[in-house]
Design a protein around this ligand. Structure first.
Ligand SMILES: [Zn+2]
Length: 144
């Protein structure tokens, strides 16, 4: 038999019924949502261990399974999102240098790699001052 929402009586899906007893309608969610209580257990030389504070964990805590004093924290859903306070200007690529682009693309057409092109440019056309970034950009960009 299908489970029903405890607040509005709507039929719950099989998956939903396994985890909650209320539906996802905003009013039912607001009426029934309870934040998870977590316990943060400090560790030596590593990150804290975080457990959901349920009966098992409470029993373990009482029995002294955790050597250090745990801190109980309540996790709550964030209701607002932080927006960056600065505005970023849109990225603009530097203009294409047609001479460099043709040089790179003609060598690429001959089967040269980035390293080959950089080596040949340094040897044969030093005044082009090709950078690795430019070579990659012209090899992967639009054909000139
Ligand atoms: Zn409901």
């Amino acid at each position: 038999m299908a489970k029903l929402c405890v607040t509005c009586g709507a039929r719950l899906s099989k998956d939903r019924a396994e985890v909650k007893d209320y539906c996802t309608a905003q009013a039912c969610f607001a009426a029934n949502y309870r934040p998870l209580r977590l316990v943060e257990i400090g560790q030596t030389k590593t990150n804290a261990e975080i457990e959901i504070l349920d009966d098992r964990v409470q029993r373990d805590l009482a029995e002294g399974r955790y050597r250090r004093d745990p801190i109980v924290v309540t996790r709550q859903a964030s209701r607002t999102f932080e927006r960056p306070k600065v505005t970023f200007k849109p990225f603009t690529a530097p203009p294409v240098d047609a001479v460099k682009a043709r040089y790179v693309q003609s060598l690429q057409a001959q089967g040269c790699t980035v390293e080959d092109i950089l080596g040949r440019a340094k040897r044969d056309a030093p005044r082009l001052r090709l950078t690795r970034t430019e070579v990659v950009r012209y090899m992967t960009g639009r054909r000139i």
